[in-house]
Design a protein around this ligand. Structure first.
Ligand code: 5GP
Length: 143
């Protein structure tokens, strides 16, 4: 297989198909947002397109536009839900760029003055904690 081809067995494709669970916070026709299971900070949320794309470079522009709109919407809710002072939003492409899951995704991290991010490989979060945080974000989206 071409190593830069989209692999439909990647973990986020499985989440999209409902084959593995995720704490979902937002969904529309073109995008899905859910909690990162190994968060770099409280409230670490991911937004993905439903259309298959490995990263930014092979994504359809319409899909990218939908992701951007959802990132803004979810970011506002994340900021409110965690009373954040700011947000860090980032997106990696290919292993050299730091990417580990090869379905396009945008990270949203609420930030507080003086609190550094945890390391990327910081370990799995407690499921109940993620569930509570997802509920907070969903409530902020509804509010
Ligand atoms: P990347 O380095 O590719 O930008 O980030 C992939 C992200 O996906 C990481 O922050 C990692 O914690 C997260 N992640 C990896 N596997 C899973 C999973 O099975 N479920 C969820 N919700 N997040 C995952």
């Amino acid at each position: 297989m071409n190593e830069t081809a989209y692999d439909p067995q990647n973990i986020f494709a499985k989440i999209l198909r409902g084959e593995i669970p995720a704490h979902r916070v937002y969904e529309d026709a073109h995008t899905l947002a859910f909690m990162d299971v190994m968060p770099q900070g409280e409230g670490h949320t991911l937004v993905i397109p439903k259309a298959p794309a490995r990263g930014l470079l092979d994504a359809d522009p319409a899909s990218l536009a939908a992701v951007t709109a959802s990132v803004q919407r979810v970011a506002r809710a994340v900021k409110a839900a965690f009373s954040a002072d700011g947000l860090t939003i980032f997106q990696y492409n290919e292993p050299a760029g730091g990417q580990t899951v090869f379905h396009l995704h945008v990270h949203i991290l609420p930030r507080h003055e003086g609190v550094p991010l945890k390391r990327h490989e910081g370990g799995m979060a407690d499921d109940a904690v993620l569930a509570e945080q997802a509920g907070r974000i969903r409530a902020a989206l509804d509010g």
